[in-house]
Design a protein around this ligand. Structure first.
Ligand SMILES: Cc1cc2nc3c(=O)[nH]c(=O)nc-3n(C[C@H](O)[C@H](O)[C@H](O)COP(=O)(O)OP(=O)(O)OC[C@H]3O[C@@H](n4cnc5c(N)ncnc54)[C@H](O)[C@@H]3O)c2cc1C
Length: 448
């Protein structure tokens, strides 16, 4: 049994340890070998999927490898975590999205090794696949700044499983408070902490407040969920640091209208089950949601080059590795200042542009044309704050309140993958807007 095979059968496998993989294996020929150039894409997130879509129907063979069978629309994950949407409404099977792309094969597997010299990748199920071009688009997770042990008590939201876990924690918090108050006349403390005042933290804090103030309030007979305490902790002096100061101030005001306590200059010192320590004080909380820090895919460290503090791979202006023009690293995994000197942000829009751009450059190579350096086109930044409220920045144009929220909703419907998803999300939002009901208020799992 080879080493990659052994790792696949190890129940603890899933974490890639740089250098531990055996890459000295021979690549097996793939079934549909056509003699055309072979492009292997790792990751079916925004970068990888848009690269694959842009290569669909072209004179290349593409293999898209992902450890999940679906593409997740991460900007709406928080809506799954806060009971607005169901998982199936924000995710699409990769195979379905690429059903008409005859030259694109999808493999459900995990990359565990790369041999840059031999030009092949090793997969967790033990197979080895060769490439002419490799596109690495395996994304990032949250960083706990050296305290990975916090993850157990303060989950982040990066995958559908994470979102369902957080949804469960939020709904259980209300159930437990009701039970304790009803049976014991005891502790009905309902406090939630959200760590990180970027767009995700702001969105989650606003959405939890909305659930407490409006959605579940009529259904609980003993506790008053409107007294729920939602605290948003941000280490910096203001939330939404990427927005101009006046917009971040407006976001703060809108959060406070929802009764969210915005605590800036408040780095979290430590945390454990049921409490969080900030400025030397332990604060009891039922749920902590983590929404800060970036830790790029461990695949970056396999490449044998120096990565930045967040594990991102520095790339050339054409998004390739230095001296490896056949290896592209895109999306949240990579770090680049583009031709205009702009640090490309870790956003879906950037990953999409990089995916499409990479495909163009591969096709340019095949046509014997010159590659072009990547330039990021900033299409604006949005952050929503509960129902009806948002802030938006488009170049010099700033919006806040209902107009920004409407724009946010339209942009997200437009960007969602799949017509069915667009339709069902729109229907769900309209229904929830009119009735205040949430269709995904389910606690799944056994231990209550
Ligand atoms: C909660 C949340 C909210 C966000 N909101 C916004 C927003 O409002 N606007 C915005 O522009 N951006 C937003 N982002 C950021 C945006 O989602 C990311 O920048 C974008 O997803 C990056 O795309 P990517 O292709 O690099 O990686 P991803 O989209 O993360 O995709 C990575 C893919 O690689 C796969 N993968 C990972 N490791 C392996 C492996 N070893 N083998 C095989 N497959 C692997 C994963 O399963 C995944 O499908 C948000 C992110 C989060 C988490």
């Amino acid at each position: 049994m080879n080493e990659t095979k052994a790792r696949a059968e190890d129940p603890k496998q899933g974490k890639i340890e740089p250098g531990s993989q055996d890459t000295s294996l021979k690549a097996a020929p793939t079934r549909r070998a056509s003699g055309r150039k072979k492009v292997v894409i790792v990751g079916g997130g925004f970068g990888g999927l848009y690269a694959a879509k842009s290569l669909a129907g072209k004179e290349v063979d593409v293999i898209l490898i992902d450890k999940k069978n679906h593409h997740t629309f991460q900007p709406l994950l928080y809506q799954v975590a806060t009971t607005v949407l169901s998982p199936g409404q924000i995710a699409s099977p990769l195979r379905t999205v690429l059903t008409h792309a005859d030259n694109v094969e999808v493999l459900l597997d995990e990359l565990v090794g790369i041999d840059l010299e031999q030009r092949h990748v090793c997969l967790a199920k033990g197979d080895v696949i060769s490439y002419d071009y490799l596109v690495l688009a395996a994304g990032a997770r949250h960083s706990y700044f050296g305290h990975d042990e916090w993850e157990e008590f303060a989950p982040g939201i990066k995958t559908l499983e994470d979102a369902i876990h957080v949804r469960r924690q939020i709904l259980l918090a209300f159930e437990r408070a009701e039970r304790e108050a009803f049976l014991k006349e005891g502790d009905d403390n309902l406090s939630f902490a959200v760590v990180g005042g970027g767009p995700t933290g702001v969105e989650i804090a606003g959405a939890i407040a909305d659930i407490a103030n409006r959605v579940v309030a009529p259904d609980f007979k003993t506790i008053d969920t409107r007294k729920t305490r939602v605290m948003l902790f941000e280490a910096a002096p203001r939330i939404l640091g990427m927005f101009p100061e006046d917009l971040s101030q407006k976001a703060k005001v809108q959060l406070e209208q929802l009764k969210v306590e915005v605590l800036t200059d408040s780095p979290v010192e430590t945390l454990e089950a049921g409490r969080i320590k900030v400025k030397g004080e332990w604060i009891p909380v039922r749920v902590i949601v983590w929404a800060t820090g970036v830790s790029a895919s461990p695949i970056g460290k396999m490449l044998g080059i120096e990565v930045d503090k967040a594990g991102r791979v520095p790339v050339q202006p054409d998004l390739t590795l230095k001296d490896r023009s056949e290896v592209f690293v895109i999306g949240d995994m990579s770090s680049l200042k583009d031709t205009a000197g702009v640090q490309v942000p870790g956003l879906a829009a950037a990953a999409i542009q990089e995916g499409a751009y990479t495909a163009k450059n591969i096709l340019a190579d095949l046509a014997g044309e010159a590659r072009r350096p990547f330039t990021y086109k900033d299409k604006g930044t949005l952050a929503t704050i509960g129902r009806n409220r948002a802030v938006a920045l488009f170049g010099k144009v700033e919006l806040s309140g209902f107009a920004a929220w409407l724009l946010w909703a339209l942009v997200h419907i437009y960007l969602l993958i799949g017509f069915r998803n667009r339709l069902t999300v729109m229907r769900e939002w309209i229904w929830s807007y009119i009735t205040g009901e949430r269709s995904a208020r389910l606690i799944t799992g056994n231990d209550v």
